[in-house]
Design a protein around this ligand. Structure first.
Ligand code: SF4
Length: 182
């Protein structure tokens, strides 16, 4: 399988999408958002090079994982190497999220990036804008960013936002439910 340059892996993340997820942080980003939360991920020459097959096998070995997130850095800048891994993950039924600094429209217009986007369930898109920073909206860092239901957007031919169902399992505590997690 192809090689990926990664900044790190979190094998039990609860903050990169719904549920407990395996998150791969890709190394390298040129968006240069002022106030970026992860400047160490910008350098395209840093991080660690890993065979995507190793990552795939690691995910398979973790039986509690049903969701995988690709974040960064900028994951779509490694679209060619990412596509085979994502195809294999979809083949195994994993739920896939991508965090990207590109907008959905920018990625859809690119022949390489669009291949990867079409393999995702959710795309959290857009650069981080410090003046629009939010700490209260789930899954995003600034209000210009969107949590997009990729497959529904492709079906309808226009961007459809992802709206997790909320399941009440106690008197006070809401839990988001994607159909896979609660
Ligand atoms: S896209 Fe993300 S990683 Fe890249 S500079 Fe912006 S906030 Fe940082």
């Amino acid at each position: 399988m192809p090689l990926l340059r990664i900044a790190g892996i979190a094998s039990d993340s609860c903050v990169d999408g719904l549920g407990v997820r395996y998150t791969v942080f890709l190394q390298g980003c040129a968006h240069g958002c002022p106030g970026c939360h992860n400047p160490a991920s910008h350098d395209y020459g840093s991080g660690e090079v890993m065979d995507s097959k190793t990552i795939f096998q690691d995910i398979l070995s973790l039986k509690y994982i049903r969701g995988v997130t690709f974040s960064g850095g900028e994951p779509l800048d490694q679209a060619v190497a990412l596509a085979p891994l994502m195809k294999d993950l979809r083949g195994q039924g994993y739920n896939i999220w991508i965090y990207t600094g590109y907008t959905f429209e920018e990625a859809a217009a690119d022949s390489l990036m669009s291949v990867v986007v079409r393999l995702a369930d959710v795309l959290v898109d857009g650069r981080f804008v410090r003046s629009k920073r939010t700490l209260t909206i789930p899954f995003i860092g600034s209000e210009n960013q969107r949590v997009i239901d990729v497959q529904e957007s492709l079906r309808q031919g226009k961007v459809q936002l992802f709206t997790p169902r909320i399941v009440w399992i106690g008197k006070q505590t809401p839990h988001f439910n994607s159909g896979l997690y609660y």
